[in-house]
Design a protein around this ligand. Structure first.
Ligand code: BTN
Length: 255
C-alpha cells in the first residue's frame, strides 16, 4: 500500500483517516502485542501532542503524523538514545529527499532556517527493568503555508514546503524516512551509540556556541560542546568545568 523499501519497518501498518493521536493508537496496538516495527500513521490528528504536554497541530495533507512501535532489547535507561537516533534518521532522510539542510536542536527538534519543522516524542513502557515497547512519534511539517502558522508560531515554525517553495508528496517522504530509520536502527543495534553520536553532532544546532542553561535551581551560560558517549548534553561552564546534563532546559535563542 505504501510501496515501502524496508525489510521489516512498516511491514505492519495501521492507517487512520483521523484519530486523536497516533501515539494513543500505537500504545493500544502495542499492548495488544503489535509486532516490532509496526507503524501507525494518520492523515489528521485531532489531539496531536508534543513533549511537555504541548499540543501539536496536525491537519490533513499538511504533514506526516506517525508513531513507530519498537521492541528493542536494550535497558530502559538507554531509551533516550533511540530518540537521538530517530532525529538523525529523520535529518538524513530530509537532506537527501528534499535537499534541505536540517539541524537538530537537542534533544530532537529538527530546524530549517532556525525554525522548527519536526518534533519527536518518545514514550516507553517498561516493567522490571525490561522494555516492553517504545513508541516513537514523529511529526513533520511538510506542506504548511505561511497562513498555517499564525501568531508566535510564524517566527518559530516552518515546513518543508515553505523552505523549498514547492509541495511534496507525503507518501514519497514516508518511504524515505522509514528506510532511513530502519538503517539507523540497525546501525545502532549493531554498533551501539558512538556512530549515532557522531552523526548527531554533524547536525547539532549551536555546537561550539554559547547557550543559556536553566535547571530548577539555577541558570547560567555555557558553551555547548556536543553530546556524550551515552547521549547526555555536554556543557562547559565559564569556569572551564565540563558538565553532563540529562535534563535541562536550554534557551537556545537570544531573547
Ligand atoms: C515535540 O516536538 O514536542 C514532539 C512532537 C511529536 C508529534 C508527533 S505527530 C505523531 C505523534 N502523535 C502525536 O500525538 N504526537 C506525535
Amino acid at each position: 500500500q505504501w510501496g515501502l523499501h524496508t525489510k521489516w519497518l512498516g511491514r505492519q501498518t495501521i492507517h487512520r483517516d483521523s484519530t486523536p493521536s497516533t501515539q494513543l493508537v500505537a500504545h493500544q496496538a502495542a499492548r495488544e502485542m503489535a509486532e516490532h516495527g509496526t507503524v501507525v500513521i494518520a492523515d489528521e490528528q485531532t489531539k496531536g501532542r508534543g513533549r511537555m504536554d504541548r499540543s501539536w497541530y496536525s491537519a490533513k495533507e499538511k504533514g506526516i503524523w506517525m508513531s513507530i512501535i519498537l521492541r528493542p532489547g536494550i535497558q530502559p535507561h538507554l531509551a533516550p538514545q533511540l530518540t537521538l537516533m530517530s532525529a538523525v534518521a529523520l535529518a538524513d532522510a530530509l537532506r537527501t529527499h528534499t535537499g534541505t539542510t536540517p539541524l537538530i536542536k537537542w534533544p530532537n527538534d529538527l530546524l530549517l532556517s532556525g525554525k522548527k519543522t519536526a518534533g519527536i516524542l518518545t514514550e516507553m513502557q517498561a516493567e522490571q527493568d525490561q522494555i516492553q515497547y517504545v513508541v516513537i512519534g514523529i511529526g513533520l511539517n511538510v506542506n504548511h503555508q505561511e497562513a498555517d502558522f499564525s501568531g508566535e508560531l510564524s517566527d518559530k515554525a516552518t515546513s518543508i514546503s515553505l523552505e523549498t517553495g514547492k509541495t511534496w508528496s507525503v507518501i514519497g517522504l514516508v518511504q524515505d524516512i522509514l528506510t532511513s530509520f530502519e538503517q539507523s536502527y540497525e546501525q545502532y543495534m549493531e554498533y551501539g551509540f558512538p556512530t549515532i553520536k557522531e552523526r548527531w553532532e554533524e547536525y547539532g544546532f549551536k555546537i561550539g556556541q554559547e547557550v543559556s542553561v536553566r535547571t530548577l535551581k539555577e541558570s547560567w551560560k555555557a558553551e555547548f560542546l556536543g553530546i556524550s558517549e551515552d547521549g547526555a548534553l555536554l556543557l562547559r561552564s565559564p569556569n572551564g568545568e565540563t558538565r553532563q546534563m540529562y535534563s535541562a532546559e536550554i534557551d537556545w535563542f537570544d531573547e
